[in-house]
Design a protein around this ligand. Structure first.
Ligand SMILES: Nc1ncnc2c1ncn2[C@@H]1O[C@H](COP(=O)(O)OP(=O)(O)OP(=O)(O)O)[C@@H](O)[C@H]1O
Ligand SMILES: [Mg+2]
Length: 234
């Protein structure tokens, strides 16, 4: 479904991502783990059209989407839950969700709103509340629900459990499990490396802008050398 080949992205003179390649198959849950500053956000941003890669290609269902605009990517079925959520704090829960569904037809958007209200009861209870009043856990659920409103075929999430209390971290992982059981395709950046490896089919390890390992959870967990470098990986 997603094929990233030799992707390199620079910030000025600094190459934050160096010739990264990865593959996500339909229905797979793929983890992307690595220490702070490894280039995880840069990689997702380069796939999602938020950053322009300097070299390499991104193909989605065979089509070359390298450097395409985010809105075009959203229409073609690729959604990102960005780092730090980036919800619209002055807009209500419902308004945030409607914006997430801007690329789908009105009738489908109405169905999706019902679906989100059912899937996320905490959001249904705060439907008319400005998003700025939500707790961290509620805001994260809103960010995920907003991305689901575009009916993505590939959902990417950048650190969905960041800054949440332990019970809410559990909730995020339960949600990942649920999306997985629905057969959705996910690419998830997570600092909770061990937990991500439990729910992922496979994972890639990024370090200093390079992908240094790939494998199943059990394959990667056996690599003590890798885990020494993870923040929160103990
Ligand atoms: N806008 C920017 N301008 C310059 N350098 C940047 C910019 N954004 C990120 N970097 C640098 O690029 C490298 C990769 O950053 P990136 O945010 O992709 O890492 P990350 O793996 O997502 O880290 P974290 O775990 O902290 O979210 C880091 O060295 C960072 O300092
Ligand atoms: Mg990041």
């Amino acid at each position: 479904m997603l094929d990233v080949d030799g992707l390199t992205t620079r910030y000025g003179a600094i190459a934050a991502l160096r010739s990264a390649s990865l593959h996500v198959g339909s229905g797979e849950v793929i983890g992307l783990i690595g220490p702070n500053g490894a280039g995880k956000t840069t990689l997702l941003g380069s796939i999602a059209g938020l950053l322009s890669p300097d070299a390499g290609t991104v193909r989605f269902d065979g089509a070359d989407i390298t450097g395409a605009a985010p809105e075009k990517l959203l229409r073609s079925g690729l959604a990102l839950v960005p780092e730090h959520r980036r919800i619209f704090v002055d807009l209500t829960v419902e308004e945030n969700l409607r914006i997430g569904g801007i690329t789908v037809k009105a009738a489908e958007r109405a169905d999706l709103l019902d679906e989100m209200a059912e899937t996320f009861p905490v959001l249904r209870d705060k439907w008319e509340t400005p998003a700025g009043y939500l707790s961290g856990g509620e805001a994260q659920q809103l960010a995920i629900a907003r991305a689901l409103m575009s009916r993505p075929r590939l959902l990417m999430m950048d650190e969905p459990s960041l800054g949440l209390a332990p019970v809410l971290v559990d909730l995020v992982f339960e949600l990942i499990e649920r999306l997985r059981s629905e057969g959705r395709t996910l690419l998830v950046v997570e600092q909770n490396a061990h937990r991500m490896l439990e729910v992922a089919d496979r994972a890639y390890v990024l370090r200093s802008g390079e992908i240094v390992a790939e494998g199943t959870g059990s394959e990667l967990r056996a690599r003590d050398d890798l885990f020494d470098t993870f923040v929160g990986g103990t």
